[in-house]
Write a protein that binds this ligand. Structure first.
Ligand code: GBH
Length: 475
């Protein structure tokens, strides 16, 4: 690793990210209703070691200490999510005590000089709404818009930056097409209406947030940079279809007002002229576009008789016209994900080339799981491989900027070790270590490294005095 820190342009925003279900705990406390993840984790065999998130890392009670870990690193932004079933236990009527928590958290962040960037929806749908059809039901999009209004009414005087939805692609794929995440529907391609209704929810939420004074609104989409395994045209075709389904189905409607193909457009299950109206709403210009990036995917056209099981963390059903294959020659995280920083430069450039109307980009998630050892006798957690991962990816962002991509921020996933969905607590993404038995927090070496990287950046034009809007040059 080079000794000089990765440098980004003045005003570039460094942050950390988390999500409500993965950290809060306090299940059922202060009127919180159940989410689809409570239902899912209660079923045997869904999560590694049968773990659940009833306590998670107890952020609900420890948020003051947690904000200190974020602020003392010098992070400019903190991306967290609001728990819909905490705010609306059944997805409808508001639970004021749920809102009180976010009110306290936002105040604490502002006191500490950290800009709050809440995400409305990070996969924890109120179970009552799932019982009414979940994202397969168009009404869920309108329910989300009412939720957006309720939180903006309460927090909008202090929160100016909003993210509507997190990774609609992963939620649709793992939760609705496959069964690896809640609500485990296993619908295959018939899951596409769930994608459309989330996109509609995004569009409606943008409207609702702006009506309540939001200054900057965006969405966080997972992007899987996809490449064909070989020069065979069948591989190229398979990779294009895979990328349509996992990438462009979720970004094209937002950034250019249509689905990537006729096939997908008709599989959304929404008929004209309503579909065209929806797309109009979904493509309202955004203030920023969030990119979550972890690793690239290599795709081939399935070879007869070849066994593809175990290649992905989730098993893709047989009989599909594409198969993911391992990324050749890449180092891997302890989660088994390929480490390819250049693919982040690649996807940032590809987005710029694909969308003439692309707003400024923020890398809203990037990070790596390593199975860090517990703090040693002196309270140190050495995690050199996480530092190398983050360093490489920040340089990859700098490369994209040098190549003309307009990237304005980077958020590490994650501030804290947390509940990694179906993988439970083995997978540690945090800059801060969390001991499972005591929930004690310990800053890892990567936390100190990140603090030093942030401190080494060129000074921003009066960032502290002018948080809103970012380019202001007050004095
Ligand atoms: C994000 O999802 C989530 O937003 C966040 O909640 C989560 O904790 C974090 O990232 C870490 O997972 O084919 O086996 O190589 C990321 C979703 C989907 C990223 C699958 C990597 C490839 C797995 N991911 N993916 S594999």
């Amino acid at each position: 690793m080079p000794s000089s820190p990765p440098l980004l342009p003045p005003g570039f925003r460094f942050g950390m990210a988390t999500s409500a279900y993965q950290i809060e705990g306090a299940a059922g406390l202060d009127g919180k209703g159940p989410s689809i993840w409570d239902t899912f984790t209660a079923r045997p065999g869904t999560v590694r070691h049968g773990e659940d998130a009833r306590t998670a890392i107890d952020h609900y009670h420890r948020y003051e200490e947690d904000v200190t870990h974020i602020a003392e690193a010098g992070a400019h932004d903190y991306r967290f999510s609001l728990s819909w079933p905490r705010v609306m236990p059944e997805g409808g009527a508001v639970n004021p005590r749920g809102l009180d928590f976010y009110d306290r958290l936002v105040d604490r962040l502002l006191e500490a000089g950290v800009r709050p960037v809440p995400t409305l929806y990070h996969w924890d749908l109120p179970q009552a709404l799932e019982d009414a059809g979940g994202w397969m039901n168009r009404a869920t999009a309108h329910a989300l818009a009412r939720y957006a209004t309720a939180v903006a009414e309460r927090l909008g005087d202090r929160v100016h930056d909003w993210i509507t939805m997190n990774e609609m692609s992963v939620h649709t794929l793992y939760g609705y097409a496959l069964t690896d995440h809640a609500p485990a529907r296993g619908l295959g391609l018939a899951a596409l209406p769930a994608a459309h209704h989330q996109l509609l929810a995004h569009g409606l939420a943008v409207q609702a947030l702006r009506a309540h004074g939001a200054a900057r609104t965006g969405v966080a989409n997972q992007h899987f940079p996809v490449s064909p395994a070989g020069g065979d045209p069948a591989d190229t075709e398979a990779a294009a279809l895979f990328s349509d389904l996992t990438n462009w189905t979720f970004s094209d409607p937002v950034l250019r007002g249509d689905y990537p193909s006729e096939l997908i457009r008709s599989a959304t299950g929404t008929a004209e002229p309503r579909l065209a109206e929806d797309l109009e709403l979904i493509s309202a210009p955004l203030d920023f576009y969030g990119v979550n990036y972890y690793e690239p995917t290599v795709i081939e056209a399935p070879r007869e008789g070849k066994d593809y099981r175990g290649v992905m963390e989730v098993d893709i059903p047989e009989g599909l016209p594409f198969s993911p294959v391992p990324v050749a020659g890449a180092e891997r995280t302890d989660f088994g994900w390929a480490i390819v920083p250049s693919a982040l430069t690649g996807i940032l450039r590809e987005l710029r080339d694909r969308y003439p109307a692309l707003p400024p980009v923020v890398v809203t998630e990037n990070g790596a799981s390593f199975h860090d050892a517990a703090p040693d006798a002196r309270g140190r957690v050495a995690d050199p491989r996480r530092i190398a991962y983050l360093d490489g990816h920040l340089r990859a962002v700098a490369d994209a900027v040098a190549a003309g991509a307009d990237v304005r921020g980077y958020y590490v996933w994650s501030a804290f070790d947390n509940f990694e969905w179906a993988a439970g607590y083995d997978e540690r993404f945090g800059l801060v270590h969390v001991d499972r038995a005591t929930l004690r927090r310990t800053r890892k070496d990567s936390w100190y490294w990140y603090r030093d990287v942030i401190a080494a950046q060129p000074p921003a034009p009066d960032r502290a005095a002018a948080p809103d809007p970012p380019q202001t040059t007050g004095g």
